[in-house]
Design a protein around this ligand. Structure first.
Ligand SMILES: Cc1ncc(COP(=O)(O)O)c(C=O)c1O
Length: 418
């Protein structure tokens, strides 16, 4: 018998991913189709990546035109799209900043860590190389970004990791203040923790982090790899708190699926780097930059009006679903319309939400995600108890209603929705 794709994969690919039994072969807008011709609503968007939607004609045209004109020269030479994209990002960041382009989120954070140490050695002294990050934060899977990642259980198999990283509870400004000292180069935080389950810090946390770092003379570096590119309704999530960090990292949605990472640093910090200090073969190549410029053209007009409107619809629909959740048999509904399942909550902003089923959920989030897939809805279990929704920013209110109906069906199928 001809082996199936999963069987062929198991023979030749590292066993690093646990995939459901589906092979997507085509995408258009917010929809995907699998190899059997089944249609899905993609409410994950390739993990908050496909901001412009699948196969957006402007992104496709920009990429194919650029690839057909000039695909790659290396960073030994000037290329126009790279400078144009940097100008655009620096402008949106508020000016007086410089960009380093790479190919992924982890690489964008590696560059941030390197520039922080390079800058701090000169500005604050030879020993000021420490990076303070937050528990629960996720910054990537290279050795340094894994060390920065505040999930201690991920560390042991890959030790020794680069030293110099400490972690404090996320959202706790006092703990952050206590951790920043003479040995610190920078604080590295996600504005909202994505992989931790879309954890939103208390209002004012980022402003406090800005004050603490400014007072100590250390850098505030924000990992906007998941939260950036309009995911929360502003181009950068930190803009909701009206602050300006020293360094911002981006990737994921920047190219709407075409790999590109960016590290934006204030000019004073960026200028600590010398020729030869850092580099990459592919980073910022003309095709990736053309993809990002076209993505920005699609995404920026959606911010404010469209994203806010659809966000409200999705948030309301998820809240309604939360009220309809049913838990273990030990839990009895109370009140007039029944109480929500204890611990169940909706977290997030913009078009980026977690529906947390709570500790009393009778089934893990993974089972709900599988049931949703069976009903033509792509979401992922970001934690054991929480489903993540990050649809393309072009999603319409009708598609949101359709997705919510499919999610309600999936929750009903596992006995969790009344
Ligand atoms: C906040 C954050 N930082 C960094 C990364 C790593 O990005 P990449 O997988 O492109 O290396 C991710 C990926 O999920 C992320 O969510």
């Amino acid at each position: 018998m001809t082996p199936s794709l999963p069987e062929r994969e198991a023979a030749v690919l590292w066993p690093t991913y646990a995939r459901p039994q589906v092979e997507f072969v085509r995408g258009q807008g917010v929809r995907l189709w699998d190899s059997r011709g089944r249609e899905y609503l993609d409410f994950l968007g390739g993990i908050a990546v496909v901001a412009a939607g699948h196969a957006h004609p402007d992104v496709v045209a920009a990429v194919t035109t650029q690839l057909g004109t000039l695909g790659h020269t290396s960073n030994l030479y000037f290329t126009g799209p790279q400078v144009e994209l940097a100008e655009r990002l620096v402008d949106r960041f508020g000016g007086d900043a410089k960009v380093f382009f790479s190919n992924s989120g982890a690489e964008a954070n590696e560059a941030a860590i390197k520039v922080a140490r390079r800058w701090s050695r000169a500005a604050r002294g030879e020993d000021a190389t420490g990076i303070v990050a937050a528990l629960g934060g996720f910054h990537g899977r290279t050795l340094a970004t894994l060390a920065a990642t505040g999930k201690p259980a991920m560390h042991p198999p890959f030790q020794p990791l680069p030293p110099g990283f400490t972690h404090v509870p996320f959202g706790d400004a006092d703990a952050l203040r206590a951790a920043v000292g003479p040995g610190t180069a920078a604080v590295l935080l996600e504005p909202i923790q994505g992989e931790a389950g879309i954890r939103v810090p208390p209002a004012g946390y980022l402003r406090a982090a800005r004050e603490i770092t400014a007072e100590a003379g250390v850098l505030l570096m924000l990992d906007e790899i998941q939260s950036g590119m309009g995911r929360t309704g502003r181009l950068f999530a930190h803009q909701h708190e009206g602050i300006r960090p020293d360094v911002v990292t981006m990737a994921k949605a920047l190219g709407s699926g075409y790999p590109i990472g960016a590290t934006i640093a204030s000019s004073e910090v960026a200028d600590a780097m010398q020729v030869g200090d850092h580099g990459t073969t592919f980073g910022g190549n003309p095709v990736a930059c053309a993809a990002a410029l076209a993505t920005l053209d699609v995404v920026e007009p959606l911010l404010g009006g469209h994203v806010d409107k659809v966000s409200a619809r999705l948030a309301d629909g998820l809240q309604e679903l939360r009220w309809r959740l049913v838990g273990r048999s030990t839990w009895a509904p109370g009140g007039e319309d029944g109480d929500p399942l204890p611990g169940a909550e909706v977290r997030g902003a913009g078009l980026w939400f977690a529906l947390d089923l709570g500790e009393q959920a009778p089934v893990p989030a993974k089972q709900v995600a599988l049931a949703a897939l069976g009903r033509g809805l792509v979401v992922n279990p970001v934690t054991d108890t929480a489903l993540r929704l990050a649809p393309p920013l072009v999603v319409t209110e009708e598609e949101v209603d359709e997705g919510l109906a499919r999610l309600a069906g999936a929750l009903g199928e596992v006995g969790m929705c009344r």
